[in-house]
Design a protein around this ligand. Structure first.
Ligand code: HEM
Ligand SMILES: *[C@@H]1O[C@H](CO)[C@@H](O)[C@H](O)[C@H]1NC(C)=O
Ligand SMILES: *[C@@H]1O[C@H](CO)[C@@H](O)[C@H](O)[C@H]1NC(C)=O
Ligand SMILES: *[C@@H]1O[C@H](CO)[C@@H](O)[C@H](O)[C@H]1NC(C)=O
Length: 574
């Protein structure tokens, strides 16, 4: 009965009322008034090191803080999921069709005359123009947190199990129907593929031995589809769970490590349970590797990214008394915000060699000739690029950045500011506030006309980085990314009370493998000879945050310390 102009919002359980659900109820008002801003919380967690050293040792305090981190973050994610690219209202098709990524904010209405639903310029700037003006790298800007390529390739390897767009259907669709940490990048996303990769003996995966070390089998030995250009010789066409992991040796290196880890754990399971058949060893080992992955991602990977002095903890029991849904659906926006291509350098330094993109991509020979040890060591020593702050997408990946913008438009994403509101941040009021400087802000002003029309993906990449010591991302990327990430990790079925017990993982030995997993162990237990230096952070980098304790709390400190200058000498040493 309501015309298109009259409307009424459903404010049920939002804590707000009024036509636009914008007037807070009394208790909401109290909460909002005393709630610290995301930047204040971030500041507390990344400063006062001495205090955190103490807190980290008091287990009930550490547990309470970790529980708060997990619940406050994951409550921002709708679970069960709601919208998708084709439905801006709740319905059964949108809920049940797993081929879609879900959407945190519904798509803009189709009839909307102005782009991003905001009046102003009628046309959005060409994607290519946006990339050239504010995203493309002028000169390499190293990450001030000292993130290594070892981290960058872990990020790419880990996330491609659930970011696997089905471009035949369109960017709104996914081929990874598990919507989470299911290790389909190791085992394949269909049963048929998994079977082709399995040895069917002692639970193991097929492998080959080269220079005395274990590598994935070739596609001849494991006949699954893999993407390789025609010039790649048969002996370098390695076969793994994810068909695109021949793309870079960094991905194949991690695929090799996890393959070795799988077969190593199978040996342990067979010793523990001599009566078990191949199938049971395989299945149990897969659950152990899922557990190891989540442990490493929370305690090594997210720990590094966060820059927190607070020691994060993977402990599913923290949520057993909370209201928490053990399910997850990957959101399109999560995929978009994870396009961290600025991490990639201009060239790759392996031992004494420098490889261009042309030499590096689709080159498994590089992995097999140098070996896993050298790659781990070289990737640990090379610093990644900074993601936020603008102008750091490498030339070679320019087209990927353009696609990200085009796909976001195709899927009718709402504006950067709408996402900031959705994730409890105040919308930006100007481009200068967004970038923290004037030059790119002026370019953006020219292209977009109004800050409310700024798009999500380029917005994340030009946003001013968080103040020291956590300068890799801006506020929006972290405040959006962390909820998706923690919800996806803790929403895994192995974290539920039904699964989280030793017997699920083949007894106390398997459970201990999960609970003691680390990046370093993943490497050290799966390479021959002395263990290479292994870290998500480049060792011996000057600690950019070390002297930040007495800096002022606002965002004003950013310009004071130029990481590019600081790290220039170091990177040329590497
Ligand atoms: C040299 C290294 C890399 C190359 C050559 C590369 C290339 C590409 C290409 C060609 C696409 C598909 C673009 C499209 O059609 O939309 C893509 C997607 C993507 N890349 Fe990268 N990338 C690299 C490194 C990384 C890294 C380090 C990350 C870190 C997280 C990353 C994250 C992603 C994500 C999340 C997607 C979307 C995947 C999907 O939706 O299926 N990439 N990349
Ligand atoms: C709700 O939002 C619309 C559009 O922004 C505005 O015109 C209207 O005045 C708002 N209503 C109230 C009660 O704030
Ligand atoms: C999901 O939706 C797409 C697009 O409408 C459709 O092609 C596909 O068949 C649906 N999948 C299922 C399982 O219904
Ligand atoms: C691949 O890497 C090897 C080093 O193992 C190098 O000699 C070769 O030139 C590279 N291949 C291409 C096509 O660049």
């Amino acid at each position: 009965s309501k015309g298109s102009d009259a409307y009424e919002c459903d404010c049920t359980r939002t804590g707000f009322y009024g036509q636009n659900c914008s007037t807070p109820e009394f208790f909401t008002w109290i909460k909002l008034t005393f709630k610290p801003s995301p930047n204040a919380v971030h500041y507390a967690l990344t400063h006062f090191k001495g205090l955190w050293v103490v807190i980290n040792r008091i287990s009930f305090v550490r547990d309470a803080i970790m529980r708060y981190v997990l619940t406050s973050r994951s409550h921002l994610i709708d679970s069960p999921p709601t919208y998708n690219a084709d439905y801006d209202y709740k319905n059964w098709e949108a809920y049940s069709n797993l081929s879609y990524y879900t959407r945190t904010l519904p798509p803009l209405p189709k009839g909307c005359p102005a782009p991003l639903g905001v009046l102003g310029k009628v046309e959005l700037p060409e994607a290519k123009l946006v990339v050239e003006k504010v995203l493309l790298r002028r000169h390499f800007i190293p990450d001030p947190q000292g993130t290594s390529l070892m981290f960058a390739f872990f990020a790419q390897h880990f996330t491609h199990q659930f970011f696997k767009s089905d471009m035949a259907k369109g960017p709104a669709f996914t081929k990874s129907l598990g919507h989470g940490v299911d290790l389909t990048h190791i085992y394949g996303d269909t049963l048929e593929r998994q079977h082709k990769l399995r040895l069917f003996k002692d639970g193991k995966l097929k492998f080959q031995v080269f220079n005395g070390e274990v590598y994935p089998p070739t596609v001849r030995e494991a006949p699954v589809d893999m993407i390789y250009p025609p010039y790649v010789p048969e002996e370098h066409r390695l076969a793994v769970g994810h068909e695109a992991f021949g793309l870079v040796p960094g991905l194949m290196m991690y695929a090799t490590l996890w393959l070795r880890e799988h077969n190593r754990v199978c040996d342990i399971m067979r010793q523990e349970h001599p009566e078990w058949d191949d199938e049971r060893i395989f299945q149990t080992t897969r659950l152990i590797l899922i557990g190891e992955t989540i442990k490493i991602v929370i305690e090594d990977y997210v720990q590094h990214l966060s820059g927190y002095h607070f020691k994060l903890k993977f402990d599913p029991e923290l949520l057993f008394k909370e209201r928490f849904q053990y399910q997850n659906r990957i959101a399109s926006e999560f995929n978009t915000l994870y396009h961290w291509h600025p991490l990639m350098p201009d060239a790759f330094h392996i031992q004494d060699q420098v490889y261009s993109y042309k030499q590096f991509t689709f080159n498994n020979s590089l992995l097999m000739e140098h070996g896993v040890n050298s790659l781990v060591e070289s990737f640990t020593k090379q610093v990644s690029g900074r993601v936020a702050g603008g102008r750091n997408v490498p030339h070679n990946l320019m087209h990927v950045a353009m696609k990200s913008i085009e796909h976001s438009r195709n899927m009718r994403y709402q504006s950067l500011n709408s996402y900031r509101e959705r994730f409890s941040m105040t919308p930006y009021t100007s481009f200068e506030e967004l970038t923290g400087e004037k030059e790119m802000a002026a370019e953006l002003q020219k292209m977009y006309g109004h800050i409310d029309r700024m798009e999500l993906y380029p917005g994340l990449l030009v946003e001013k980085p968080r103040p020291r010591p956590s300068g890799i991302f801006g506020e929006t990327l972290v405040e959006m990314g962390a909820p998706y990430s923690l919800k996806g990790l803790m929403g895994n079925p192995i974290c539920s009370p039904e699964y989280w017990m030793p017997s699920t993982f083949g007894g106390s030995v398997g459970f201990e493998i999960v609970n003691s997993a680390s990046l370093e162990k993943l490497v050290c237990q799966n390479v021959k000879g002395p263990c290479p230096v292994t870290s998500f952070r480049v060792p011996n980098m000057p600690d950019v945050g070390a002297s930040s304790e007495n800096s002022s709390m606002g965002l004003s400190g950013i310009g004071q310390l130029n990481p590019t200058v600081l790290l220039k000498d170091r990177t040329s040493e590497l």
